[in-house]
Design a protein. Structure first.
Length: 350
């Protein structure tokens, strides 16, 4: 087990200086502060709390939290399974609330008794992940990738499978295919699905129609709003790729309410992190990823990386996704219709 004495020796400073740095004392130069923090991370030093070394991994958002999402819940389930098999515990941290002004991320995590951190991020806060990586603190980003960067991450690549899903719709005869996607499409996972949608259409010589792009937050009510908007268009789509599970559920429920037959009036290609595709009728055709596995593997990968001299190991893991064809996709009907919010059905001339 590393000690504060070892950190002081490695940084060529006094034990008192190490203590001042860890306690965010302003009377230490930035050069010395950086040197001490590098040694803290290099030596794997963790302060004692309550007379015993802490044994916590943390889960923290670098941007807005989404504790209630099915995706996060599934990841948490995977984390909990891995935690049961280890000697480490998992804690939740609020970086924005608790990090002190002028305090480095390493100082913040050590003050909280954390030995490694699992990060959820968005494009707007990716710089936080990069800063933590530069400090050398053991950290792993879940659900996003950092190409040509030293940031550690674990990620599910949905691009090729989304292409397969779009090709499935096109092979069925669909040419007017809508896209329902998160309003934060800069993130790697949503960008994968957007790129796959556009590339598939171009390769099939189908012109992109910006009227068929629907940007929405990830919630079920928004799935209902999408259906009302797209199916009341003068020329509604015959299929839609819904890139979020909750939105897909809301969309299918709204189809039932408006009398829209799935897949006869509208084919729905969804996305699934868990097993929501089996909880709707018909069972949903979906691009699938295993969020539970993502959480489990993340905990397992980071855990051995927090010990002394171990956290220099690079972790950049990418897992695959798969396409599951169920009952929500079929050939487009020869009798196309638009549907108004008052459940009025109007024929569309072909």
């Amino acid at each position: 087990m590393s000690t504060i004495r070892k950190v002081a020796s490695d940084a060529n400073v006094s034990i008192a200086t190490v203590s001042r740095v860890l306690n965010n004392n302003p009377g230490v130069s930035q050069d010395v502060r950086n040197r001490v923090l590098e040694s803290v991370n290099r030596c794997g030093y963790v302060a004692n709390v309550g007379r015993r070394a802490t044994s916590f991994l943390a889960w923290a958002y670098t941007g807005p939290s989404s504790w209630g999402s099915a995706y996060d819940a599934a990841i948490c389930e995977g984390l909990a399974s891995a935690m049961d098999e280890s000697e480490l515990d998992l804690v939740l941290l609020n970086v924005h609330r608790d990090k002190r002004a002028g305090e480095s991320y390493t100082q913040f995590f050590l003050r909280k008794g954390v030995r490694g951190v699992l990060l959820w991020t968005t494009k707007r806060t990716r710089d936080v992940c990069e800063q933590i990586s530069e400090e050398g603190f053991p950290a792993l980003v879940l659900g996003d990738k950092f190409e040509d960067s030293p940031v550690d991450y674990i990620y599910c690549d949905s691009h090729s499978t989304s292409m397969q899903g779009m090709e499935h719709l096109i092979a069925l005869g669909h040419r007017r295919i809508a896209l329902a996607i998160s309003d934060i499409i800069e993130d790697s996972d949503h960008a994968d699905r957007l790129t796959a949608y556009e590339t598939s259409l171009r390769e099939a010589s189908i012109e992109l129609d910006r009227k068929l792009y629907f940007h929405v937050p990830a919630s079920r009510p928004d799935g209902a709003q999408i259906i009302r908007s797209m199916m009341s268009m003068a020329e509604p789509p015959t299929a839609v790729f819904v890139t979020d599970p909750s939105v897909a559920v809301g969309a299918l429920n709204e189809c039932h309410k408006l009398g829209i037959s799935v897949p006869d009036d509208l084919s729905v290609l969804g996305f699934d992190d868990t097993d929501v595709r089996y909880r709707v009728y018909p069972n949903m055709t979906a691009v699938c990823q295993d969020a539970r596995r993502l959480g489990y593997e993340a905990f397992k990968l980071l855990s051995p990386n927090i010990g002394e001299d171990n956290h220099s190991k690079t972790i950049q893991e990418t897992y695959g996704t798969w396409l599951e064809i169920n009952g929500t996709t079929g050939q487009p009907s020869s009798k196309r219709a638009r549907f108004l919010p008052d459940v009025t059905r109007m024929a569309v001339e072909n």
